[in-house]
Write a protein that binds this ligand. Structure first.
Ligand code: UT7
Length: 334
């Protein structure tokens, strides 16, 4: 049972758009194959936001489900944090847009965005934990959401096969009598800006503002150095799991589930093999959704919870890695 002074996840929710983009669809427009994509990534399909559907719309749907799961209404919230690299637009923040969509404009509830790419949800979770445990906030909504289909180059077979859209949310607060609460025991964040070029959207910011040339050169799309990021992902996954296990004196049997960032099945397989952990400890849904960046971990956590994959009282490890370069882990007591 969670103690009264530790922040806990009180409820989770997630949302993915209806539209599916399958490997067979990609075969029609690109020099690729279902066989290549499946064996190299494990991905079979991804979800794509409907025309006009934006990140804040997906945030709202995931947030409403998380609030329902927590038995709370939006009025309980006193802070909103959105982890995204695909905000509705550069300003105002998606946090403010979601705040208004939740009907909290008049109350003045603060909302902001945070960009740590695929580690973003864990960065946001650490902010929520710090706000709650310092007494600065009581109930925080954390959402990881992405409309990656808007920044993916569908002419680049090396990247467009990877990414999809979606959202995952958590309501974070202090445990309440008689309600489930999943204590956030520790969150660790890291970054190494020297690897910034490995995973980048070169234009659209202050360095290369939008121009005819930047559009012609397709600089507003995601660029990935696949092999480097692959190596980085495996190394950091292994390090983070080893560190959390050592810090909390965990053996494999103490872990209920590991919920990693859903980037590539071969990254997960390599890490699993190096660690010698049973593969069934790792939750995956990348086959259906691909890599949804900031949405990946909260979407997977919510699905795992709904599928009854997380045994009560066991440790849950959340792991993220991505652009920055950033990486982050969290240990929950389920
Ligand atoms: O959240 C973090 C975000 N980033 C990532 O997760 C990326 C991590 N990296 C990866 O997932 C993998 O590196 C990729 C899936 C991106 C690429 O797989 P790979 O096994 O590292 O392939 P590669 O880049 O070494 O390319 C091997 C070959 C190349 O052809 P050549 O030069 O050997 O003739 C590519 O042009 O595969 C080719 N290729 C493809 N072929 C068919 C690249 N993409 C495709 C494709 N279909 N979609």
């Amino acid at each position: 049972m969670a103690s009264d002074t530790s922040a806990a996840i009180l409820g989770t929710g997630s949302y993915v758009p209806e539209r599916r983009l399958t490997n067979a669809d990609l075969e029609k427009t690109l020099n690729t194959s279902d066989e290549w994509i499946t064996t190299r990534t494990g991905i079979k399909e991804r979800r794509i936001a409907a025309d006009g559907e934006v990140t804040s719309d997906m945030c709202l749907k995931a947030a409403q489900l998380a609030l329902k799961d927590a038995g709370l209404t939006p009025e309980a919230l006193d802070l909103i944090i959105i982890a995204t690299l695909t905000p509705d637009q550069p300003m105002p923040s998606t946090g403010c847009i979601l705040q208004q969509k939740l009907g909290l404009g008049e109350k003045g509830v603060p909302g902001f965005d945070l960009n740590a790419a695929c580690s973003g949800y864990l960065y946001a979770l650490s902010c929520a934990k710090a706000h709650i445990e310092s007494g600065m906030a009581k109930t925080v909504l954390v959402v990881g959401a992405e409309a990656l289909s808007r920044i993916v180059d569908y002419q680049d077979r090396g990247t467009c096969i990877l990414f999809g859209d979606g959202a995952g949310a958590a309501v974070v607060g202090l445990p309440r009598e008689g309600r489930p609460a999943h204590r956030i025991k520790s969150v660790h964040l890291w970054a190494d800006g020297r690897g910034g070029e490995q995973l980048i959207i070169p234009a659209g910011g202050a360095r290369q503002p939008a121009s005819h040339a930047s559009v012609d050169e397709r600089l507003h799309y995601v660029r990935v150095n696949g092999r480097e990021v692959f190596r980085f992902g495996v190394t950091k996954m292994v390090e983070m799991i080893q560190r959390q296990m050592a810090e909390h004196d965990l053996k494999a049997e103490d872990i209920g589930l590991i919920v990693p960032h859903q980037a590539n099945i071969r990254i997960l397989d390599s890490a699993t093999e190096r660690l010698g952990l049973p593969p069934e400890l790792f939750f995956t849904n990348l086959e259906q959704y691909g890599n949804t960046s900031g949405a990946s971990v909260p979407l997977a956590l919510d699905e795992a919870a709904r599928q009854g994959r997380i045994p009560q009282g066991k440790a849950v490890l959340l792991l993220g890695f991505g652009a920055g370069l950033t990486w982050a882990s969290a240990l929950l007591e389920w």
